[in-house]
Design a protein around this ligand. Sequence first.
Ligand code: ADP
Ligand code: MN
Ligand code: MN
Ligand code: MN
Length: 339
Amino acid sequence: MSYKAEYIWIDGTEPTALLRSKTKILADGAEPPVWGFDGSSTNQAQGHKSDLVLRPVLTCPDPIRGGDHVLVLCEVEEVSGDPHKSNTRAQLRPVAEQFAEQDSWFGIEQEYTFFKGSRPLGFPEGGFPAPQGHYYCGVGAEAVFGREIVELHLDRCLAAGLKVSGINAEVMPGQWEFQIGPAGPLEVGDHLWIARWLLYRTAEEFGVEATLDAKPARGDWNGAGAHTNFSTKAMREGYDAIITACEALGDGDKPMEHVRHYGADIESRLTGAHETAPWNRYTYGVSDRGASVRIPWQVEVDKKGYIEDRRPNANVDPYVVARLLVDTCCTALEKAGQV
Ligand code: ADP
Ligand code: MN
Ligand code: MN
Ligand code: MN
């Protein structure tokens, strides 16, 4: 019997890349080979030189088609074999390798919002729902919208073997979160991109759009983030390393360097309201949901653990966040002799 391989890749759309996928039929027992696509239709090439290469980097069971069918996450390459400039995974690889012995772990909290037509799911036509306050982790038809999609997505993530660690309803109606991790720098991005693809694909079956827009509803409604929890071996063993990492993220140009790459439209989400710190002022603190970086209370009690960078947008590229956090924090930890 032949089987279906769904090749998934990240395109070149700016400012926020989109996911693309197409199906290849493979003979029983055959490994998914290198494949190609038309880069001129994905904002990755010009029409006169349009061929680009899909190089498989992670294959997992396809929880939608079932059977022997698979999902195949790919990196995009030029025909020369060089990584395409949109290939941020290739840019992360050398940084992850350089600091591999520090054993970085990530847990990313992916928030997202369902839309039905032009309105967030749960927003009545031509009006607004009751103000925020009872939707977060809520229960009941008045508070929760789209749970059947969320449950199906979770089951599919688990069946695909993704390191999903939980889900919850968020502060705005129609807004939800799932978490991926703890996982290594490449792994967390790989699993998150596949989980995003499964989310869009699952919502599609319900005629609902899932969006990672950072500020999907203007006004007094929470934005959507991708809080990134981060630790190294030294941080999991002692508090000095936790503080070194927090300080390194605030050093010199680092706050701007990070925020610039933390997702499109970040200024409209990191306003200082709605559990955020202003995008242009770096702070860190224990239990502080109004800080850029939070040290969870349990971490202060235990004097070891991880930090939460609350700045990344929902629409961030996890390969980019991982590269910046590993580079900034692991360099500082190495300098401080805390490895
Ligand atoms: P919050 O309390 O901010 O809502 P969540 O429970 O949603 O936090 O997410 C926390 C994430 O951090 C989870 O994905 C979890 O697996 C991850 N995590 C836990 N410990 C570590 C660690 N030592 N290093 C990195 N990530 C971690
Ligand atoms: Mn969370
Ligand atoms: Mn959240
Ligand atoms: Mn969080």
